[in-house]
Design a protein around this ligand. Structure first.
Ligand code: NAI
Length: 332
């Protein structure tokens, strides 16, 4: 049966990469129908709403969203729509797989790390209080419920995907109560998975170890802020943000998006790499049971990258987004 999914075109490079990805999905004969919406800054200027009510209604009906990046003003303005969507639909598990590609030369050839980022709390609850002109307090929230479910998901993923080890990333030496709770829960849940090796490493040490030898890591699980930062680091290990996909999963809803942002510095230039969003779409196809189609797309991307002739600028080439998309379609 054809599945209808909601698509948010986003800001900056969003519309360019969405249009490339939808062309590829159609050529790959993904069994999908699409309900597409403009969201973000431009939509706000047109209609006074960042996300129109019909866009929310579509996601609530279809339960599956392919989302392009949305710009968030820095230091002022509205709350991040990305954070809002994750919280509103309780998309608590942000899963970010970083896997080396033989065709993209990086200092390490065998990176294969999956980051599980808690997606609903920590400092991202956005509770800040101005004490006086020179003092601001921000609240960090860590709860047992949210910690248990993301940690259990990471261990279950490890078990069901033939992974060996789960590493908890924290800063419980300083944040003894909040990260301390996350860490205690990690060690409690680890006992339910005696077949999986477990360890915990302080976040600063993890960053150092990742750039010295990322092959020592397998599945990582951590609170929201560290997950945001460490997963961008893992993208750098495999060739950059243009290659890192993600799924945001909850009990009821699922959202798929590239890890990168709206890249205003290259927006409108047609040089953005659509691979991260395309691989997020492949994760969506897997989620919908269309993994055969997802794998055909993955193979086509690998073949284009291996040929080495058609690449976007971030991977050392000079192809436009559309030329790269055409090359993938030709392989399909
Ligand atoms: P960014 O990820 O947009 O860009 C960082 C650097 O990576 C830039 O040099 C950009 O050109 C490059 N880059 C990113 N994606 C690329 C792609 N697909 N192909 C080629 N190069 C790519 O991060 P930045 O500049 O910090 O954020 C820009 C805006 O995006 C901000 O408003 C931020 O809040 C928002 N953002 C949104 C996210 C989302 O919607 N999930 C996630 C991260 C940031």
């Amino acid at each position: 049966m054809t599945k209808t999914v909601t698509v948010f075109k986003g800001d900056g490079i969003g519309p360019e990469i969405v249009s490339a990805v939808m062309r590829i999905l159609k050529c790959a004969e993904a069994n999908l129908d699409y309900e597409c919406f403009e969201v973000g800054e431009a939509e706000y200027e047109r209609n006074g709403k960042l996300i129109p009510d019909e866009a929310y209604a579509s996601f609530e009906k279809n339960k599956v969203l392919l989302k392009a990046p949305i710009t968030t003003p820095i230091g002022k303005g509205f709350r991040s729509l990305n954070v809002t969507l994750r919280k509103k639909y309780d998309l608590y598990a942000n899963i970010r797989p970083a896997k080396s590609n033989a065709a993209v030369i990086t200092p390490f050839a065998n990176v294969d790390i999956v980051t599980f980022r808690e997606n609903t709390e920590d400092l991202y609850v956005g509770v800040e209080e101005k004490i006086d002109d020179n003092t601001v307090h921000a609240i960090k929230i860590i709860t047992r419920t949210a910690s248990e479910r993301i940690i259990r998901d990471a261990f279950t993923y490890a078990r069901t995907h033939g992974r060996q080890k789960v590493t908890c990333v924290h800063k419980a030496n300083i944040m003894k109560m909040s990260d301390g709770l996350f860490l205690d829960i990690f060690h409690e849940i680890a006992k339910e998975y005696p077949d999986i090796v477990h360890e915990d490493v302080i976040v600063d040490a993890v960053c150092m170890k990742l750039v010295m030898d990322p092959t020592q890591f397998d599945v990582l699980v951590m609170p929201n802020l560290y997950g945001d930062i460490v997963s961008d680091l893992t993208s750098g290990l495999i060739g950059g943000l243009g290659l890192l996909p993600s799924s945001n999963l909850g009990e009821e809803y699922a959202m798929f998006e590239a890890v990168h942002g709206s890249a205003p510095d290259i927006a409108g230039k047609h040089i953005a790499n659509p691979t991260a969003l395309l691989w997020s779409a492949c994760m969506m196809l897997d989620h919908l049971g269309q993994d055969e189609c997802a794998n055909r797309i993955r193979v086509a991307v690998y073949e284009v990258l291996a040929d080495g002739e058609v690449r976007t600028k971030d991977l050392g080439g000079n192809a436009t987004t559309e030329e790269y998309c055409d090359a993938i379609i030709a392989k399909l």
